[in-house]
Design a protein around this ligand. Structure first.
Ligand code: AMP
Ligand code: MN
Ligand code: MN
Ligand code: MN
Length: 281
């Protein structure tokens, strides 16, 4: 029987709005057989998700979406099927979370200069002591009436070059891929269309990524159009990269995006699950 995969999702442990238990239950209700939980820079939700997955009878792959700075640009590398308790991975994620907290205070300081007060406290309150993401700042700015929705908050305050934007100092690409490999996992370039790379730069990225041990790319992403999916399917085949499939689900608020409701991989792609350890394959 063909199994349904969704290999990129978030919970309240990062900037999603469902708890790990609620995410797993929803994935099960939508027919997902294999779910990867890939919160930003943390594996804090994996244990709870694992318990829920065993209860409802789906396979939960431990994962994480790692923030990387490459050539002055932020990239996201999804780690799939990792041993969560590996020291280099947890040490690396701890450093990223430390940077996140410093950055959050810096975002708040910069917004304060624009006479927008108290955003750190507001965002931290929304994050409930978990990792602080720009998404929490966006929600705070919306709640305070500075933006109509999160997209506007990014456009006017939090996006690159805007008053609340703090340039990243995330993991290097070799470091992130190294932590993933040390944890027995597979490194995947998340939502590749998002970076708007020209063909020369994309070529360089894929070359460096493979050189340090990266193996996959999201061919099907909830944040990509059909033609973008097709383009990256061709690139995956040409570059010998395994193809991954993920909704990048953050919660039911985005009503047009559902767990597990993704188009099939185009013919010719090698699915990343062929590389998984036996249980999920
Ligand atoms: P951070 O990792 O804290 O810099 O936050 C990045 C997160 O913000 C992404 O994972 C998205 O969930 C969200 N995000 C990025 N850009 C936008 C945007 N233009 N509109 C809404 N959410 C966004
Ligand atoms: Mn996010
Ligand atoms: Mn991402
Ligand atoms: Mn994501």
């Amino acid at each position: 029987m063909k199994r349904r995969y969704d290999l990129h999702t978030h919970t309240t442990c990062s900037d999603g709005t469902l708890t790990p238990t609620a995410l797993v239950e929803r994935a099960h209700a939508h027919g997902v057989d294999v779910l990867a939980l890939t919160d930003h820079d943390t594996t804090a939700g994996i244990a709870e998700a694992q318990t829920a997955a065993e209860r409802v009878g789906i396979t939960l792959l431990p994962g994480v979406e790692i923030s990387v700075t490459w050539q002055n640009q932020t990239l996201h590398i999804v780690a799939l099927d990792v041993d969560v308790d590996t020291v280099p991975l947890q040490d690396g994620l701890a450093a990223l979370c430390k940077f996140r907290d410093w950055r959050a205070r810096e975002i708040s300081r910069r917004l304060q200069k624009k006479h927008i007060a108290g955003t750190y406290e507001h965002a931290a309150d929304l994050a409930r002591g978990r990792i602080l993401s720009r998404t929490h700042f966006a929600r705070a700015l919306v709640a305070q009436g500075y933006a109509r929705d999160s997209a506007q908050a990014f456009k006017h305050y939090l996006g690159r070059g805007k008053p609340g934007h703090v340039p990243g100092a995330w993991a290097s690409l070799p470091a992130a891929v190294g932590w993933i490999r040390a944890a027995g996992g597979h490194a995947v370039i998340a939502h590749p269309a998002r970076y708007k790379l020209g063909s020369g730069k994309l070529q360089r990225l894929l070359g460096e990524f493979k050189e340090c041990g990266g193996v996959g790319i999201e061919v099907i992403s909830g944040s990509q159009s059909e033609s973008e999916n097709k383009r990256f399917a061709d690139i995956a085949v040409r570059q010998g990269l395994l193809a991954s499939v993920g909704s990048d689900y953050h919660g039911p608020e985005k009503r047009w995006l559902e767990l597990g409701r993704l188009p099939p991989l185009p013919a010719g792609c090698t699915p990343i699950w062929e590389a998984f350890r036996k249980k999920a394959a």
